[in-house]
Design a protein around this ligand. Sequence first.
Ligand SMILES: [Fe+2]
Length: 303
Amino acid sequence: MICYDIPDNHNTHDSFCFIMLPDSQNYVKDKKNICCFESQIGWIFKNRDKLKIKFVTHVGDLSNNDEDEEQFKAGFFQLGKLNGAVPYGICAGNHDMSADGSAPYFEKYFPEAVGNYRSDWVGSYDGNKHNAQIITVGGKQYLFIHLAYIPSDGAIEWAAKLLSDHPDSYAIITTHAFLIKDWSERGVARKESRVSLTDIRIHKDGTNAGEDILEKLVKPYPNVKMVLSGHYVGRDYLEIKVGERVVHAILADLEHEQPYGGNGFLRILQFVPSEGKIYNYTYSPMLDAYKLGEYDSFVVDVN
Ligand SMILES: [Fe+2]
């Protein structure tokens, strides 16, 4: 259902927000665009208490070039501003990893050691390309699992154990590529999907496309309630039904918005338990503008 509204109107006693940051590669590739990233983080700080922002999740492709250290430095400088203020996680995107699957700069600026200083941290896998956090809101546990682009079987097993170990949590998987909305294709990305397993910037042992994540993690584990992704340019929503269970899958990649390669758009996921609703907004703090398309601003039932 389309929702022409703003978060202020549903800022109730029990509401809270998670923020989804789409691919930021163009913000760190071109210095003129870094203002977009700055405005996103600045807006989160400004609204943290008012909108009760509890977590920030980045879908990957922090950088545009895995060999350009300056891009990682700039990107993690922005995310790092959240340290101690708002817990966050990020998965490695295809642009964050080299052809052999290594991600030295991603791991240099977002090392496993960050977990030593964070109470929300529950682990990481293969360096820190995959990582997980747990927060509690309103007495409920929210488990965030960040899975890098086309995750390996080992990463899938790591995530499965986390889901199994926290059966009562509301689990949200953020993975770089899950939903696709393309000229010829729409839905959960397949192995054959565009720039998927044929992309040269791929984890060398990566074998699990969106359809595999669906089969191996989403379907078997009833605590998985949401899958967030970027990579494929566009915005979309898919309601996945697994028996009686509804899983919300959300795609947001706005990297083609010009002139700033994304224009600072972020996704606000506003949970309002007293209404039984989750409001989704696509908002740019830099432009102070909402996108109001069917898959930009919409409301779904709390699942
Ligand atoms: Fe990507």
